[in-house]
Design a protein around this ligand. Sequence first.
Ligand SMILES: Cc1ncc(COP(=O)(O)O)c(C=O)c1O
Length: 397
Amino acid sequence: MSRLPHLSSRLQGFGTTIFAEMTALAIKTGALNLGQGFPDSDGPTEVSEAAIEAIRSGVNQYPPGPGMPDLRLAIAEHQQRFYDLTVDPDTEVLVTAGATEALAAALLALCETGDEVIVFDPTYDSYKAGISLAGAVMRGVVLQPPTADEVAAGSSAWTFDPDELRRAFNPKTRLILLNTPHNPTGKVFTTEELALVAELCVEHDVIAVTDEVYEHLVFDGAHQLLATFDGMADRTVTVSSGGKTFSFTGWKIGWAMGPAPLIAAIRTAKQFLTFVNGAPFQPAIAVGLRLGDDYYDGFRNELLAKRDLLCNELADIGFATFSPEGTYFATVDVRSMGHEDGIEFCLSLPETAGVVAVPSAVFYADQRDGLPFVRFCFAKNDQMLTDATARLREAFA
Ligand SMILES: Cc1ncc(COP(=O)(O)O)c(C=O)c1O
């Protein structure tokens, strides 16, 4: 009866990830885990209390397919408040099981087999699998780290070659998947870069799907939405999630926003993936979205201080460190410590230093493009960051 291989061709190469291996190593060695991309403390009490209250008051059955009306309204209010963007909560917002489902449903709904999807490489790990599940083909534009001189001059901006992006657009291109602020590099796309993406999307009639889950973790300046650039309003799907902003990543309440026809298409795919999820968490995330500016400012400032704590220590120990412009991830180049291979470095790090980090190579289409880079997550309590850097100092300084 058994037909091998069991895994369909669309999922070949997407077996167990290095994250499982690293977590197992962390547990076995008692290492401090700066690998995982989630905070080690809960978000605001008002938000968790709202979820508890919702469960107690019986908000426990299937919510409406597009998401609870009040959450969709809160999402629309959030877009108006932060970006001056008017969104119709009834037709232009879809609540999803995290940003991950919104991205997968968008790819499944909008791509034909063989269509090309442009991404900036490296990518968050679900992109490649989502594109493959949709039968589409990923076309990467590699992000280059800043040079040593640029880092010395205080810049941590990763960049891409505009001509490489221009060449990536072709008649097969269906959409571009853009993540800003960007995991794993921490890059925040500039106005000029977004304008170029917009210009190319309009010229080639391409849809943009933007992943903005770190929208409230831009450390310098304001977050910019591709949807607000000329010609993009009717061709951009903006994806975000409550997981990162409110530190409730396990609740998996995300959303997609965009023109009604695109949202209707994505809703069609979404309804056969999860249909709905997280009934009592939906009103709670609505409470979060309506928190005052003090919450949003406090959240960003807290992570900014953690970024500086970690990055200053790493640089002081001797790591070539790329302090991020956004997100809660910092990258180092292990060549500065005499290592060539970030995968080997991370596999030995729990033993040598009692710390877990993630090799950035796993986020690249071709691992060789990111081999010397290693990602640390700093959404951890200060004591843990201090202990982890003390251990690294002992092992490497
Ligand atoms: C860039 C990016 N997109 C999406 C996600 C997943 O978001 P969610 O948990 O809302 O599915 C993550 C989580 O790490 C991420 O880093």
